[in-house]
Design a protein. Structure first.
Length: 303
């Protein structure tokens, strides 16, 4: 029988025990992600887990595995500590959302101090990227944390259009306030002298996505797979479909930034009202729908 939500604490306890037995001292942390962490799970919803491991584990222990536990289908994505840390501070090369670099909620089941430390780095990197992005559009002087959070969310959604679908789904399921609050826990941070210095540092131009970056992302993601033939397919499909996907994202960003939807109008008012309006207005541009078509062609190779 499928696990019911009232049984979830016992399920998560059993899963944590299972992971500790499986990975031993290599286990640094485990976080619950997906619908069960974000408040719209159904009794039959999968249990999605993000597991971080120390270097030295067997290659076979990394990657995505699926298994049944207490009647629930459990998805475990195991990565190395270096992968999480590098992804958390390199906001230019993450086409997929990462724990500690996320618009969505996650619940730490094991290793809270470790996740907290990485999250601090990630939030600073996100804010610096947002300030540089705004400066590239001649928008400077914003220090209000809520307005900066709106800008950060819009920036991330522009650069990864499929995330708009996830954001819209969560808004439908739990409402805009819960969706906003969850993102705020991960991404809100005040401007400090240290961050201002990082923004103004030489060579700190806002990163721009392109086909070469898209292919690099897909190659990096494909390297997580254990199956070499699957890796080969990922490389081929990445070369074919990666550039169009990034081009769609860049096209959407260009229209939003320069022509149709100037960002300034969404940074005024009481958040998250401006964010809701941006979601509605950007949906009319159809860019997300086009990006979804391309994403569906390659998603089996990059997950």
């Amino acid at each position: 029988m499928p696990i019911h939500l009232e049984q979830e604490p016992e399920l998560l306890r059993r899963i944590t025990d299972y992971l500790q037995a499986m990975f031993g001292n290599h286990l640094l942390g485990c976080a619950l992600i997906g619908s069960r962490a974000n408040g719209y799970a159904k009794p039959k919803s999968d249990v999605d887990l993000h597991v971080v491991l120390k270097a030295g584990v067997r290659t076979q222990q990394l990657g995505l595995r699926r298994q049944q536990l207490l009647g629930a289908e459990v998805h475990i994505l195991a990565i190395l500590e270096s992968t999480l840390r590098d992804g958390a501070i390199d906001v230019r090369r993450q086409p997929m959302e990462n724990v500690c670099l996320t618009l969505f909620a996650y619940r730490v089941l094991w290793g809270a101090p470790y996740f907290d430390a990485v999250n601090v780095m990630a939030r600073k990197a996100e804010l610096v990227a947002t300030l540089r992005w705004l400066a590239a559009q001649n928008i400077v002087g914003i220090v209000d944390p809520d307005r900066l959070l709106v800008a950060t969310i819009i920036r991330k959604l522009i650069w990864a259009p499929p995330l708009v679908e996830r954001w819209q789904r969560k808004m439908r399921e739990v409402g805009i306030q819960r969706t906003w609050d969850d993102a705020a826990l991960n991404l809100r941070l005040s401007v400090t002298a240290e961050i201002a210095a990082a923004v103004d540092a030489p060579g700190s131009a806002s990163p721009i996505g392109g086909p070469r970056l898209a292919l690099g992302n897909l190659l990096a993601l494909s390297s997580r797979h254990r199956n070499l033939s699957r890796d080969a397919k990922a490389v081929v499909n990445g070369a074919i479909y990666g550039p169009p996907f990034l081009s769609l994202a860049a096209y959407e960003a260009f229209k939003v930034a320069r022509v149709r939807l100037p960002i300034e109008q969404y940074l005024s008012g009481v958040p998250p009202e401006g964010l809701e309006r941006w979601i509605e207005d950007s949906a009319k541009l159809k860019g997300v729908a086009r990006a979804r078509i391309v994403r569906n062609r390659i998603k089996d190779y990059i997950v």
